[in-house]
Write a protein that binds this ligand. Structure first.
Ligand SMILES: [Fe+2]
Length: 388
């Protein structure tokens, strides 16, 4: 039997999963205080009626509600500072972070830094950890992708430095996560595909990460099973509630897994490539995945083979012949192509001149340190050149 190395696993204190669970927001938030701030993005949660439903549920329990709207995709640090001002003015006891990955990340940061005067830049550029307790956060995702409702980090962008990276710390882990698959039903096919590919990358990277542990392994493989079984269906027919539920589960489990296992080179590359191409995070992740799987082939033991088995990739299917890494990479390429995501870097809009600075940033990224194969800037540059 293999030795089990010591590990730490953290998760939200409560997870409420199921169709219609948004309606229980007020009930489950009661213990957090009498004043709540809902934070959200640029309109889709409002247009789809989710903000009204959240407000009504909180108001029914006598909770006073303020709403902070307009969080940008690839959110800038200023969105966190503005939200903190609204939270202070409202004297909020807790934050409800409702929306896609960006809105949830910003809501988490507003909550985590809700009791300190220290500017968010100190955490972003200065590397300060968000460990001191902040306000409690209820995270409610409206996409199935980032798993941010389960992780102790927020991805933020500093436009002045063209720097996209995470702030981290125990205070960023939400107190409560409400995962209601119904909220993902109105999501159009394209963001469904992109967020689903992000979840798939996160599940696979967590499973082969240097930080993987027995708890994250169980979660990551279960996530692969759900996502591999349902992403195409959710993309083809967004009203398929079974597929949406399976994707919501897969995304959440991948988030739980990566919170302790961390990720790998796909995510180390995703930030600088995202900044250079201005393409959505999930699309960039999906595009990088086949290349990184092939690069890691000799460094993961039997783990890609286990991912193939879990994803239901048959040895006998002639299109997936070859080693497990080739089989898995081929399958992810085919999946990307069905979902309209390119896998050549030039198709993402990158040219030779872009590659060196990207490789430099990716080599230093926190995620890259957990990639099963050690990757220097030179090795990353070679890999990208081969896939331009
Ligand atoms: Fe991601």
């Amino acid at each position: 039997m293999a030795t089990i190395e010591p590990f730490v696993f953290r998760a939200p204190h409560e997870v409420h999963f199921g169709v219609g669970e948004l309606g229980r927001l007020g009930e489950v938030s009661q213990r957090l205080g009498r004043k709540g701030l809902i934070t959200t993005g640029r309109g889709s949660a409002r247009e789809r009626g989710f903000i009204d439903r959240a407000q009504q549920s909180l108001a029914a329990e006598g909770i006073e509600v303020a709403v902070y709207e307009g969080i940008a995709p690839e959110p800038p640090l200023a969105d966190v500072e503005r939200g903190r001002e609204v939270a202070r003015a409202h004297e909020a006891d807790f934050v409800v972070a409702l929306g896609g990955g960006s809105a949830v990340d910003v809501g988490k940061a507003i909550a985590a830094l809700g009791l300190t005067e220290t500017p968010v830049t100190e955490y972003h550029s200065g590397g300060l950890a968000c460990d001191a307790p902040g306000l409690p956060c209820v995270a409610i995702p409206t996409t199935s992708g980032t798993g941010s409702e389960a992780t102790p980090n927020s991805v933020l962008t500093d436009p002045a430095k063209a720097k996209k990276s995470s702030i981290r710390g125990a205070a960023l882990l939400p107190e409560i996560a409400i995962i209601d698959p119904e909220l993902t039903v109105p999501l159009p096919p394209e963001p469904t595909a992109h967020s689903g590919l992000d979840a798939l990358c996160q599940a696979i990277e967590a499973y082969v990460s240097r930080g993987a542990n027995p708890v994250s392994d169980a979660l990551a493989l279960r996530a692969v099973r759900s996502i591999a079984g349902s992403l195409r269906r959710a993309h083809r027919d967004g009203s398929d509630l079974d597929a949406r539920t399976d994707m919501a589960l897969g995304s959440h489990l991948a988030g739980l897994a990566l919170a302790s296992a961390r990720l790998g080179l796909v995510h180390g590359l995703a930030h600088p490539v995202g900044v250079a191409t201005e393409k959505p995070h999930g699309l960039v992740c999906g595009a990088m995945l086949p290349m990184v799987i092939r690069a890691n082939a000799e460094h993961v033991g039997r783990r890609y083979s286990q991912v193939c088995d879990t994803a239901g990739l048959s040895d006998t299917d002639p299109s997936f012949m070859g080693g497990a890494a080739d089989r898995l990479a081929g399958w992810t390429e085919q999946l990307c192509s069905e979902l309209g995501v390119p896998v050549r870097l030039s198709e993402l809009g990158l040219s030779e001149a872009d590659l060196e600075p990207i490789a430099e940033v990716a080599a230093k990224a926190g995620s890259t340190a957990y990639n099963p194969r050690e990757m220097s800037a030179g090795a990353i540059l070679d890999l990208m050149r081969q896939n331009l």
